[in-house]
Design a protein around this ligand. Structure first.
Ligand code: SF4
Length: 376
């Protein structure tokens, strides 16, 4: 089983915190759709003997594509790859694009899961982040979309400068009031070269407070768990039956094809990186060339990746798998490094799985890096 991720590198405007790859000019949208379809065609041999289980339109802002463009890309997947009978097909969408007309078109399309970039229901937060939608659009799109789709995820951001815990609580409660079965929550991070980074440096926006973010993460955990959400990955909460199949496959190390500029691919042994430039990407595909570079993962790379993703999930890191795939010396090393975190009640072992405790979850990325091995 495999997944196909399709990156749509266009956005209406640049959110202040974002360091993803996108362009705010839509001039090359048609050429891009053609290039994406050609990449799907040229790479069909890569998933030989695999059946596609999930198709994920990410970005950027995939909801900037027309319904016909989305359909054409899906047709290309079907004509080049074997696909399971009922694949999960996700579209990331922004509230300002989810007009009634767009929702009606989506109802008749093969898209069966929506991941909506709400981020906040407060006007001030949305302005600070330079989102293209406003608070009313966030609410009205959810009112409409929940009438027609049940597999909906929404994104929220916590740790916003000056946002109090009460403010964050209100955001979570508003999200819950729409009955969505999946919520992804991310701490606001200040990436280099973003507008947010420069505003903070100039003192226009206050620094992000890590302690406040950690507190808000724990508020989130308590409320969502008491509302029957399973915290199945550091940033992801889903009701039973609504975990993202696409992302779960990725965290469990299944192969996936990343289509589009800046997309990553993984075939079990190598990781591929598509060029992060729309013009170069389109030009290469017009010449029937694949703008991808492959890197062979060493045993240590694969171990480090497994530790990083495993600790973020409820499935944890399997000590049996570590021994079977990497050898006894890796397992010994892992247990030795994990010891101090177990003593600090940040990690624990249950049934041969190494897992993060409730307290350790928020810190799992930092802990994982202490469990890494060096490539020597
Ligand atoms: S809409 Fe998404 S991808 Fe586009 S700038 Fe905003 S956060 Fe980044």
């Amino acid at each position: 089983m495999a997944g196909i991720y399709i990156h749509i590198p266009f956005c209406k405007q640049a959110c202040h915190y974002c360091d993803f790859h996108f362009s705010t000019s839509l001039k090359k949208k048609e050429d891009m759709v053609f290039a994406l379809q050609n990449e799907l065609l040229l790479r069909k041999e890569e998933l030989k003997n695999q059946v596609v289980e999930t198709i994920y339109f990410g970005g950027g802002t995939p909801s900037l594509l027309t319904n016909d463009e989305i359909q054409e890309i899906i047709n290309s997947v079907y004509s080049n790859y074997p696909v399971v009978e009922s694949p999960e097909i996700t579209l990331e969408a922004n509230p300002d694009d989810l007009t009634n007309k767009c929702i009606n078109e989506l109802i008749d399309s093969p898209i069966n899961r929506l991941s909506i970039g709400i981020q906040s229901f407060f006007e001030d937060d949305l302005k600070l982040m330079n989102r293209a939608h406003n608070a009313n659009e966030a609410k009205s799109c959810l009112e409409e979309v929940t009438k027609h789709f049940d597999n909906i995820s929404i994104d929220l951001i916590y740790g916003i400068p000056n946002a109090t815990n009460a403010h964050w609580l209100k955001n979570i409660e508003t999200a819950l009031s729409y009955g969505v079965p999946h919520i992804s929550c991310y701490a606001l991070t200040v990436e280099p070269k973003t507008a947010l980074h420069s505003f903070i440096k100039k003192g226009i926006i206050e620094e992000v407070d890590d302690e406040a973010a950690q507190e808000q993460f724990h508020i989130l955990l308590d409320i969502l768990e008491s509302n029957n959400f399973v915290h199945y990955e550091l940033s992801n909460f889903g009701k039973t039956g609504y975990f993202s199949k696409n992302n779960t496959a990725y965290w469990q190390g299944k192969p996936y094809l990343g289509i589009g500029p800046s997309s990553h691919s993984f075939n079990g042994k190598q990781r591929g990186w598509n060029v992060r430039n729309n013009t170069k990407y389109i030009k290469a595909l017009q010449d029937n060339q694949l703008p991808i570079e492959w890197e062979v993962l060493t045993k240590t790379d694969r171990y480090n990746e497994y530790i990083m993703t495993g600790l973020r999930t409820i499935w944890g890191v399997s000590l049996l798998k570590i021994e079977a795939e990497f050898g006894i010396s890796y397992k010994k090393y892992l247990l030795q490094q994990a010891d101090k975190f177990i003593n600090q009640h940040l990690l624990y072992i249950d049934n041969n799985q190494l897992l993060a405790t409730k307290k350790g979850k928020f810190l799992s990325d930092g802990i994982a890096s202490d469990l890494f091995k060096l490539n020597l």
